[in-house]
Structure formats: structure tokens, C-alpha cells
Design a protein around this ligand. Structure first.
Ligand SMILES: Cc1ncc(COP(=O)(O)O)c(C=O)c1O
Length: 454
């Protein structure tokens, strides 16, 4: 039993760590303990989700508040809170829509759904003009895979090790995280994987500065296979891996050469997290299918979308996304309000400039803290990699967890990815003061960790 648990921990399942146990013992409020016990009593346990850390009662802007009245800045938010939690414009739009048309059965349409599809087609680059909605990112990924099969008549895919595209069986087949794939039984056939553009841990040995061999290898595999339907990848991985500009140019050209579609998954970062409405705009590359989600629902509703090139509208006889909530008017009203808010409040510029400021401060932190192996960021998608030693870049899961729980105690919530990367994704509405406060907390936590683990 221990070996799989160790594996899960190294893949980032913090709920199995000793730090988690200390945290649980510190939760002494009787009502909180009772509610957490009830949660355990009635929910099936599952990795990465249970047991829960605390009980929430409200959320607003960058803050979540617990039953005991503790306020935490939420730099995780599952990437849904681009416009901040409880955004009043979104709540008003949702309330108005609920009172008018709260649901739309299949084969009918409605004004918010049409307006949202039109808006996304206008915003998305190139000829990405045809939209389908889904009740979550995983389902939208599933639709993209089906559309790629319908368009190309092929079924194989190339995706990246370490990637995440959702937790359903088709999504974990293309995903690259062991915690989701191992012991899952047979996965989809034809789902090949290649190394992601992660120079710090590159199996092709680029040694810290990407030499684009990983992009050329995608071209090589496409040529060898000859019949791949789609390359599917996150434009920028949440860790974050931020590929060089040429990376996507090379992969796009390779896809074109081999008759393969390029599907970019921007479920967590669409609508401005990286300082552009869509992350692919940083690269000047237009995919054949763009998948978005999470923040699209305004931080309130589950909503995702596939935006495909005009020419891919070739499967009217197939059910690509036969979802009950495929044109939910309330979800679409939330999305329209969220997009309007992002545009009117200039949140793209804010994310780009505040992200640059934060990255600068994180670079300074790196000078003081040897356990920080790397800092990376694009807009308000930021990461701090915690390592045992900068020379080897060996991941330090224990130190990262120490910092995470120390930050929770000081009022800052964030997620670790790959077990050792502090991933920081605050709302785009966050002020500079709030950002500086969060980074000051992090610096204190690194100091404490370095004292304790010397
Ligand atoms: C890159 C990426 N794709 C897809 C998904 C799945 O989205 P959902 O949880 O809405 O199904 C996620 C969720 O974290 C994600 O990060």
C-alpha cells in the first residue's frame, strides 16, 4: 500500500503528506471539525480532493472565508476567478437571466447563447468562428477529440507527458500525469505522448535552455506515424512551462505538413490570465481547435467551449457534444458579463503589467532563497519551483509543502503542481497591494522553511 501512496505524494497529492496531518490537528474549532467529519462521512474519498482542508462560507474578489472567519487570499481558485469571486456584474446578469429564461432544452436556442458564440468568434484569432459549449473543460476536450476524428478520419493523437486535460477516461488517455493514468485500466488506443517543453527537466537533455528538439520531435513522430488526427496540448502548462515562441511555430508547421489538426487547450488560462484574451495570441499561432473553460463561467457557472476553424464544420450527422446544458442561457449570460467586465476594466493590460511586477519581485526572492530553483510567469500565471539544489534541479516536494501550509496559516492559498511548483493564479482583479502582500507572505514562508529544514 505504501508504494502507491508515495507515488501519489510525489505526483502532488498533498492530502497524503505529514504536513497535511499537522494542519488537520491544528483545526480545533469544534463546528469546523464536525463539518469536515460530515464531509468525510458522505462523500466518496478521492485523491487530490479529500480530506478537505477547511470549510468555506463566502468568497469575494481575491478572498475566500472559512467557517471560523479566517480570510485567505486565493491564488488558486481552480482558475475560475479571472473576474474575482462574486463579481457583482456577473451576479446581476445571472439573476436577470434566471428570472427570464433559466433553461433551454435541446433543439431550441436563446439570445445569450447566440451572443456568446458570436462574441467568442469575434474575439478568437484567425478563422476560429464555430463554437460548441459544454458543461466543463473535460467534456469540451472530449468534443474536440471527436471532431478531430470526424474531420481527419484518423484516431491517433500526440499529447504531452505531464499534461492535464481533465479526469474522464478520454482526457486521462491524452493526459500525461501518472496520478490519473496509473491503475486506470485500458486507456484510449493511439494516444502517443512526447516530452513537454520543460527545459529544467528535459529528457532530451537541453539543460535549462530549450533548444527546440522537443518541437522537432513532434514533427518526427508525426512523420513516422503518418496518420495522426491531432496534436493536443496546453499552450502554456499551468506549472507554468512557457514554451519559446518558435515552439508553436514549429509544431503548427509540422501539423500542416502531416495533415494533423492542432488542438490547443486553454481551459484554465483563457480570457486574460496570461495578459492576452487567448494564450495562443502570444505565439501568433492559430490552432484548428481552441478549447476554453473555467473562468468562462464568470467564476459561478460551469461552462466550457470549443472554438473551431470555420472549415471544420463538417460533421452535422454526428453528436459531438450531446450535453443537457449545451446552450444554458444562465451560464452564457454569466460568460458574457465576465467578458464585458474584462474588456471594460482593461484586465488584460492589468494582468500583463502586474504579472511583470510580480515576476520581478519573485526574481529578487530567488536571490535570497537557494531552494527556489526557478521562477516563471506570463501575466498572472506564475510559478516558483522549489528544489533541493539549483544545480541538479531535483524537486523538493517536502519543502514546497512546508511553504504551502505555512502560507495557509498566514492567509494565502495556492496550489502545488508536480508536487514542488508553487503555482500562483490570483484573480485578474487583484490590486498591486494585495499582490505585494501575498509575495511578502511567501518570502516569510521560505525563510521559515529554510530555518526549519536546514
Ligand atoms: C488544461 C486543462 N484542461 C482541461 C481541464 C478540465 O476542466 P474541467 O475540470 O472543467 O473539466 C483542466 C482542469 O483543471 C485543465 O487544467
Amino acid at each position: 500500500m505504501d508504494e502507491p501512496l508515495d507515488k501519489l505524494r510525489s505526483e502532488g497529492d498533498l492530502n497524503l503528506s505529514p504536513h497535511r496531518e499537522i494542519w488537520a490537528k491544528e483545526q480545533v474549532d469544534p463546528e469546523t471539525r464536525r463539518l469536515l467529519a460530515e464531509d468525510e462521512r458522505y462523500f466518496l474519498r478521492q485523491s487530490l480532493s479529500t480530506p478537505c482542508l477547511d470549510v468555506l462560507t463566502s468568497c469575494e474578489g481575491v478572498f475566500i472565508e472559512t467557517h471560523q472567519g479566517r480570510r485567505l487570499m486565493d491564488f488558486h481558485g481552480n482558475n475560475v476567478h479571472q473576474v474575482g469571486f462574486g463579481n457583482s456584474r456577473v451576479i446581476e446578469a445571472v439573476t436577470r437571466q434566471m428570472n427570464a429564461l433559466s433553461f433551454c432544452p435541446r433543439r431550441y436556442t436563446n439570445v445569450p447563447a447566440i451572443q456568446l458564440a458570436k462574441k467568442l468568434a469575434l474575439l478568437a484569432p484567425g478563422d476560429l468562428n464555430k463554437v460548441l459549449f459544454a458543461p466543463g473543460g473535460t467534456s469540451a476536450i472530449g468534443m474536440a477529440l471527436k471532431l478531430a476524428r470526424a474531420v481527419t478520419g484518423r484516431h491517433k493523437t500526440i499529447s504531452m507527458w505531464d499534461s492535464f486535460h481533465g479526469a474522464s477516461l478520454d482526457a486521462i488517455s491524452i493526459g500525461g500525469e501518472a496520478i490519473f493514468r496509473q491503475n486506470s485500466g485500458p486507456l484510449l488506443p493511439g494516444t502517443e505522448h512526447v516530452a513537454p517543453p520543460d527545459p529544467n527537466h528535459c529528457p532530451l537533455g537541453c539543460g535549462g535552455a530549450c533548444n527546440l528538439r522537443c518541437a522537432e520531435y513532434v514533427d518526427y513522430v508525426l512523420g513516422k506515424e503518418g496518420d495522426v488526427a491531432a496534436v493536443i496540448a496546453e499552450t502554456v502548462r499551468s506549472t507554468p512551462y512557457i514554451p519559446r515562441r518558435e515552439y508553436w511555430e514549429i509544431v503548427r508547421a509540422a501539423c500542416d505538413r502531416h495533415g494533423t489538426l492542432l488542438i490547443l487547450d486553454e481551459v484554465p488560462h483563457c480570457l486574460g490570465r496570461t495578459g492576452k484574451m487567448f494564450t495562443c495570441e502570444h505565439y501568433g499561432v492559430v490552432p484548428d481547435i481552441l478549447v476554453i473553460g473555467k473562468g468562462l463561467g464568470g467564476g459561478i457557472f460551469p461552462l466550457a467551449a470549443l472554438i473551431a476553424r470555420e472549415g471544420l464544420d463538417v460533421a452535422p450527422e454526428k453528436a459531438l457534444g450531446h450535453y443537457t446544458h449545451e446552450k444554458n442561457p444562465v451560464a452564457c449570460a454569466a460568460a458574457l458579463a465576465a467578458i464585458e467586465y474584462i474588456e471594460e476594466e482593461n484586465l488584460l493590460e492589468h494582468a500583463a503589467s502586474l504579472g511583470a511586477h510580480a515576476l520581478e519581485r519573485m526574481r529578487k526572492m530567488m536571490e535570497d532563497h537557494p531552494r527556489i530553483g526557478d521562477v516563471r510567469g506570463l501575466g498572472l500565471l506564475m510559478g516558483i519551483e522549489v528544489v533541493r539544489d539549483r544545480a541538479t534541479m531535483e524537486r523538493d516536494h517536502d519543502a514546497a509543502e512546508y511553504v504551502m501550509y505555512a502560507a495557509l496559516r498566514r492567509g494565502l492559498n495556492f496550489k502545488l503542481t508536480m508536487g514542488n511548483i508553487i503555482t500562483l493564479t490570483p484573480p485578474l482583479t487583484i490590486s498591486r497591494d494585495e499582490m505585494d502582500r501575498a509575495l511578502a507572505i511567501l518570502a516569510e514562508c521560505f525563510k521559515e522553511m529554510e530555518r526549519q529544514t536546514r
